[in-house]
Design a protein around this ligand. Structure first.
Ligand SMILES: Cc1ncc(C[n+]2csc(CCOP(=O)(O)OP(=O)(O)O)c2C)c(N)n1
Ligand SMILES: CC(=O)[C@@H](O)[C@H](O)COP(=O)(O)O
Ligand SMILES: [Mg+2]
Length: 643
């Protein structure tokens, strides 16, 4: 019998929250932390970020009246406490099919606004909502955007701030949740400015402590306190980063200790009383209150799998095999080619560039959560003689697409994009599936895209990619464990040519070319075998370089009666559709049955559940292929392919 989902007896709505007494609120904060550790340990999720916003979120819901006042969370990975305080307390299937999303979800609650997990968008959302409130004359409504220090390094955030500052009568509160980290410590000049404020804030704490003890020491103590206060005042004048915001015409409140709920509420009430845009700078600690997270140097338990709550140790070793192979091979390449450099958008460890940064600290650049800058900066690096390798999650390439198209592609820049988490990722929901990249990049003239099927082809295709210095190249592979090695029967043509993985004689009827893209090559091999069991012969092939469609693949297709493609990406504009177009352009009519992800936003679920629901298992594809063969040959009944 699965455990009964745990609930928090204290609070079910923000209204309840506003009735609680201080002692009850402190008890609630402790209870929420305990809940987060015990429940998220069972499912995995963004434990560290949410432990850091317990007091802040309680204060937000006490000062503002959601959903009349709109709370907008940037990236949304830190909205678990918000969910707990708005009546959603069954975390037993968090991020799983039918359970709570790991991000805000309008289907779950009208307290939720932004479901998109791409960072740096909240301020634009908030500006838009505030403008709408203004147009509608809703003067009593506030919009509150909670944005992390990492998300503030994204260009969109500054586009929004530039606009927010122009709306002096817009009731918009920007809460900067400053824990000094994205995954790793946040980088860049802004981070330094915020850091100065943070240290100022620690002077506040020292000062408060000093005040308490020094003033008990009579006149000499008071003299010492005044001297200390002067020092701090001096520092604050020297370090006036709040000028950064005040010069934009946005009032600044803070820095405030984000774990002192009373102080946070006080600051929020001050901000609420302003009649225009205001920033509340809150200093928090990612992983607060949970020792294993506080001691996690890498990323303070930013995103954990299932863990043992007592120790924080993973229940099962997380296996990001594809990432590990890339991490190893790019170091080997960097040792041989001094022009190769790495670029990451605040995800050094998750994309596998940390070992290269360790060995070549001057040749790996972390630009913050700034994919647009990363891509165009890489075009500049290529122009000046380097070969940049940008590590991104596939879904985030969309943030830098214009830069890919018009800075890298237009100038034929030799930049290599390594897209991790390509295809179905699952638990992180609609905005995290890396399903768009093949279709999206296929419109970039001159771009070449490869999809490795295993360790050997990942190493091989990465080297082939960095060897191209006059066009953008893309490598894309999924999240998680590496599949078994899938050796080729034959390489067709030269480098960049496809690999034949299997040939089946068949019974002399229609012959099928089964094309398996990337990690779906294994699926294609099994499809070929299932068809062969019913006398349907043909060839199974991994195109390796998917874009543009290679002449060898085209010739292979022209030698068959039907082509069946399966890929971990959009069907619309995907590999299958480009092969169909190439055949048509060559004047060859070979029907192409393409299998992949439909053009829709997918609900969160496991990858395996999505593969099954989308009919992408070998048996599903083989069944469809057999019925296409039957249709082709006029057979009355398609071969019965069992599940
Ligand atoms: C456009 C984009 N790039 C990268 C990511 C991956 N990512 C998710 S959370 C995160 C760090 C966010 O840091 P911050 O905004 O400071 O929030 P915190 O986790 O510290 O609360 C990153 C880089 C993303 N979600 N969106
Ligand atoms: C919110 C965000 O973008 C990341 O934290 C992401 O959820 C991590 O994904 P992985 O767990 O696949 O690294
Ligand atoms: Mg942060």
């Amino acid at each position: 019998m699965p455990d009964e989902p745990r609930i928090l007896p204290t609070v079910t709505t923000p209204r309840d929250l506003r009735r609680l007494k201080p002692a009850q609120l402190d008890a609630l904060a402790a209870e929420i932390r305990d809940f987060l550790v015990t429940e998220v340990s069972k499912t995995g999720g963004h434990l560290g970020p949410n432990l850091g916003v317990v007091e802040l979120t309680i204060a937000l819901h006490r000062v503002f009246s959601s959903p009349t006042d709109r709370l907008v969370f940037d990236t949304g990975h830190q909205a678990y406490v918000h969910k707990l305080l708005t009546g959603r307390q069954d975390f037993s299937r968090l991020r799983g099919r039918g359970g709570l999303s790991g991000y805000p979800s309008r289907a779950e609650s009208d307290h939720d606004v932004v479901e998109n997990s791409h960072a740096s968008a909240a301020l634009s959302w908030a500006d838009g909502i505030a403008r709408a409130n203004q147009v509608a004359g809703l003067r009593d409504r506030h919009v509150v955007a909670v944005v992390g220090d990492g998300a503030l390094t994204g260009g969109m955030a500054w586009e929004a701030l530039n606009n927010i500052s122009s709306g002096q009568d817009r009731r918009l509160v920007v809460v900067v949740n400053d824990n000094g980290r994205s995954y790793s410590p946040t980088i860049g000049g802004l981070a330094q400015q915020l850091d100065t404020l943070r240290t100022t804030q620690s002077y506040e704490r020292v000062l408060a402590l000093g005040k308490a003890t020094l003033q008990r020491g009579g006149p000499p103590g008071r003299f010492a306190y005044d001297a200390l206060h002067g020092l701090k005042k001096g520092l604050k004048d020297v370090a006036r980063p709040q000028g950064l915001f005040e010069d934009l015409g946005i009032k600044y409140v803070g820095p405030v200790d984000g774990h002192d709920r009373v102080m946070v509420e006080h600051a929020l009430r001050r901000a609420k009383a302003f009649d225009g845009p205001v920033i509340v700078h809150v200093i928090t600690e990612k992983g607060r209150g949970y020792t294993p997270a506080e001691e996690d140097v890498a990323d303070r338990f930013h995103a954990v799998g299932k863990i043992h709550p007592e120790t924080g140790l993973p229940v099962a070793p997380s296996r990001f095999g594809w990432t590990a192979v890339f991490a190893d091979e790019i170091v080997a390449i960097a040792r041989q080619r001094s022009d190769v450099v790495g670029v990451t958008a605040a995800m050094l460890h998750p994309v596998g560039l940390a070992p290269m940064a360790e060995e070549f600290p001057d040749r790996v650049f972390d630009v913050g959560i700034a994919e647009q800058h990363a891509v165009t900066s890489a075009a500049g690096m290529a122009f000046a003689g380097l070969h940049p390798v940008i590590g991104l999650y596939a879904t985030f390439l969309g943030r830098g697409f214009d830069q890919l198209l018009m800075d890298v592609g237009l100038h034929k820049a030799g930049v290599t994009f390594v897209l991790d988490r390509a295809g179905l990722t699952g638990e992180d929901g609609a905005s995290h599936n890396g399903m768009w990249d093949i279709a999206m990049t296929s419109i970039v003239p001159g771009l070449r895209l490869a999809a490795p099927r295993d360790e050997t082809t990942l190493r091989e295709e990465l080297r082939e990619a960095v060897a191209v210095d006059d066009a953008p190249t893309v490598l894309r592979y999924p999240k998680g464990a590496l599949p078994e090695a899938l050796p080729a029967v034959q390489r067709v043509g030269g480098a960049y040519g496809p690999d034949v993985l299997a040939r089946h004689a068949g019974d002399g009827g229609a012959r099928v070319l089964v094309v398996g893209v990337g990690a779906f090559a294994a699926c294609a091999v099994e499809v070929g075998e299932r068809l062969a069991q019913h006398g349907i012969g043909g060839t199974v092939v991994d195109p390796r370089w998917v874009l543009p469609v290679g002449s060898e693949l085209l010739e292979l297709a022209q030698g068959h009666d039907l082509v069946v493609t399966v890929e971990d990406g959009l069907v619309t504009g995907g590999a299958g559709s480009h092969l169909r177009d190439a055949l048509a352009a060559a004047g060859t009519h070979v029907p192409v049955q393409s299998h992949g992800i439909p053009r829709t936003y997918l609900e969160h679920a496991s990858r395996a559940e999505l593969v099954a629901e989308l009919g992408l298992r070998p048996a599903d594809v083989a069944r469809e292929a057999a019925s296409a063969v039957a249709h082709l040959t006029g057979a009355t009944e398609p071969a019965t392919i069992d599940r």
